[in-house]
Design a protein around this ligand. Sequence first.
Ligand SMILES: [Zn+2]
Length: 296
Amino acid sequence: VIGVDVGGTKILAGLVDRAGSILRTVEHETPTASEEAILAGIGAAIRVLVDGKPKAIGLGVPCNLDPVTGITHRATNLPLDDVDLGHWARDEFGLPVGVENDGNAAALAEWRLGAGRGARDLVMLTLGTGIGGGLILDGRLYRGWAELGHVVVEAGGPPCQGSCHGHGHLEGVASGEAAGRAARELYGADGDARVLVERARVGDEAAVAALAGIGRLLGVAVGSFVNMFNPDVVVVGGGFGAAAGELVLAPAREAARGEAIQPADGGVTIVPAELGERAGLIGAALVGFDALDGAR
Ligand SMILES: [Zn+2]
């Protein structure tokens, strides 16, 4: 299957087998000038791989989809408003096509092939520039909105990021961008999330404290997710999540246990993602396999 992870800055496409092995990839910048341009960009990436004789196509996109029609709702940073991507790709390539929100696709990948194998209920959080989310509920992918990065963890807190007009949302205080802001407060204009993690790893107490503060807010959100879903496992991925690791996850566990109701508090399990940056691509491919199998 050809999986396509359509990001705000790059399109990553790959030939992927059922076990999640990536055989070949192609990557280029995401054209953002218009809907036609981005469709042409996705099409060009797919066309490079079609000589591999794919059986289906799966698309992971950074916008929400109407779960019935599959039509995109407004994306925060891409010109994909009210587009039927599945219809477009089926017409263009004559193959079965699955389309899914990228956070949902990453959750599917970690559940089937990564850190969440065997779970019945799973919460996935990707800590990157923003914070994406996805849910496995009752042993299947929840295909609706799972904007878990936009829960309030600090009433009246700082403004959220991007086009979000909320305040005190998890994304605004615990994303890689939020870590970058904390780093600039400590180290000036050169600070970013990477610097913050590097300083913490060599024992800089201010950096350790900043990451612990981020972890506690992440944990407060996770505690609320535990109270909603009581998941078997909470998987934390994304570029910043992977880099920070236990510097964020350890304080997150403690805070989550403090907010989760009994007896779920004793069983809160927060683990790092296993598939790393490839979760989005592998998840998109799995959505393609599901389309091939007629599961959707
Ligand atoms: Zn928000």
